[in-house]
Design a protein around this ligand. Structure first.
Ligand code: NDP
Ligand code: HSE
Length: 431
């Protein structure tokens, strides 16, 4: 049996996928049960330099024609259009689709999964979340008999590299970002990474898979890492924490309006003993908590052409096996309808830094403000910030509190004379 493979895109990931399809043709045929014949590669510019040497006659700018004549379409162009239309065309033509396009899946995933299921074809996307790490299939298949209660992910390598540099070398955010750009982790325009948008796309995909409910990108609360200072990192370290950018999908079991799933991306304090605290550099990891399985952690390279190609090829072989044996399996179905919670309903712990006048009664005033909103303080540290000016820095960590109560307390704090400034407000996660 021969399966015709159309590749859309030949950038960092696509070029490696093409290379492996050609170089490993025999072993892939043995593993798939079919010969995987690369029929063409669609790009914008057929004369552009490529990361690997590939036969010139494979290249075309006519992606639509390539898709029409394929059994499996691998979409590695990125972006919403024309990727979306080409994927729908492929499904309508009866082809299975493999993609790494998190931006598209976060926006239109559920609609595309339904189309694929209705057409009886496969739509696979292991590469879309955390690059090489097998996480989509473990959640979709291996844990499909269990109930996931929380997913905590370090799913953006660039921001993990920056925060890790700040933590391990004392670098400022700007210096660590410049370093990440020099090493090729961060783009010249780092917005998608540092402002959390890339992680938010992955959070939407993980939440939809984990809770069998559609969580559109708009439901994902998103805060990036630009405001994290060397001072925040030091204060966290002193208290036994590390700061990580986390993608969180978490079931909240409150009463009525407070019951649902919170999907969010923000920097958070994690205890240094938490397994995710040991994820250094540009590595990714996803920590899954399930009722039966307990705690699981998936760790590895979240980006890069060769690692990501591994996930893509895994999906291709799996789709080919299904074609050989018959039946596509189901892609992902929204069988549940769990409420998506706004961030104001989140119950978590908080680390708050305030600059205050170092005078008698100040601590009592501040403690009253916390107590007035029903927020319990777990720990407090005081450092003298400026002895001459009589200014001290207070760092509080709270017990679990509701986000809306915490936000009101911060507003109260900002409004009293003894508080000179709010240094930072960060969530504490993973407990
Ligand atoms: P690149 O930007 O390196 O490559 C994109 C490729 O798509 C290029 O070859 C480009 O052609 C082609 N392309 C783009 N638009 C069109 C179009 N309109 N028509 C025809 N061809 C087009 O992307 P990556 O390889 O980095 O990423 C591919 C996908 O994989 C994205 O969805 C990304 O989010 C995802 N991904 C990437 C990871 C990574 O580490 N890079 C990790 C995980 C997922 P040309 O070369 O001629 O410009
Ligand atoms: N920019 C992403 C990262 C690439 O830094 O992890 C993989 O999605």
């Amino acid at each position: 049996m021969v399966l015709r493979i159309a590749l859309l895109g030949c950038g960092s990931v696509g070029s490696q996928v093409a290379r492996i399809l050609l170089e490993e043709s025999d072993s892939l045929a043995l593993r798939s049960g079919a010969r995987l014949q690369l029929t063409g590669i669609a790009v914008r510019d057929i004369n552009a330099a490529r990361d690997v040497e590939l036969p010139a006659d494979l290249f075309t700018t006519d992606a639509a024609a390539l898709v029409k004549d394929a059994d499996i379409v691998i979409e590695l162009m990125g972006g919403i259009e024309p990727a979306r239309t080409l994927i729908i065309d492929a499904i309508d033509n009866g082809a299975s689709v493999v993609t790494g396009n998190k931006a598209l899946l976060a926006q239109d995933g559920p609609e595309l999964y339904e189309k694929a299921d209705a057409a009886g074809v496969r739509l696979s996307y292991e590469a879309a979340v955390a690059g090489a790490i097998p996480i989509v299939r473990p959640i979709r298949d291996s844990l499909s008999g269990d109930k996931i209660t929380r997913v905590l992910g370090i799913v953006n390598g660039t921001t993990n590299y920056i925060l890790d540099q700040m933590d391990s070398t004392g670098a400022t955010f700007d210096d660590a970002l410049a370093d990440a750009q020099q090493l090729g982790y961060a783009e010249a325009d780092p917005t998608a990474d540092v402002d959390g948008h890339d992680a938010a796309s992955k959070a939407a995909i993980l939440a939809t898979l984990s809770f069998h409910t559609r969580f559109p990108l708009n439901d994902v609360f998103c805060e990036g890492i630009r405001s994290i200072t060397a001072q925040d990192i030091d204060a966290a370290k002193e208290a036994g924490y590390v700061i990580k950018l986390l993608a969180i999908a978490e079931q909240m079991t409150g009463e009525d309006d407070d019951a649902g799933v919170s999907v969010r991306v923000h920097p958070a304090l994690l205890r240094r003993s938490h397994p995710l605290a040991a994820v250094h550099g540009a590595y990714n990891a996803v920590f899954v908590e399930a009722e039966g399985a307990g705690e699981l952690m998936f760790y590895g390279q979240g980006a890069g052409g060769v690692p990501t190609a591994s996930a893509v090829l895994g999906d291709v072989v799996s789709a080919a096996r299904r074609m050989v044996l018959g039946g596509p399996g189901r892609t992902e179905i929204a069988t549940a309808q769990i409420r998506s919670l706004p961030v104001e309903s989140v119950m978590t712990r908080y680390a708050i830094g305030v600059e205050v006048l170092d005078e008698s009664g100040v601590l009592a005033t501040i403690a009253d403000l916390f107590a007035g909103r029903g927020i319990s303080i777990e720990s407090m540290r005081q450092n003298i910030r400026d002895a001459e000016q009589g200014v001290a820095e207070l760092r509080f960590v709270t017990h679990r509190a509701r986000e809306s109560d915490l936000a009101a307390t911060v507003k109260d704090l900002a409004g009293v004379d003894v508080v000179k400034s709010i240094i930072s407000v960060l969530r504490v996660e993973g407990e």
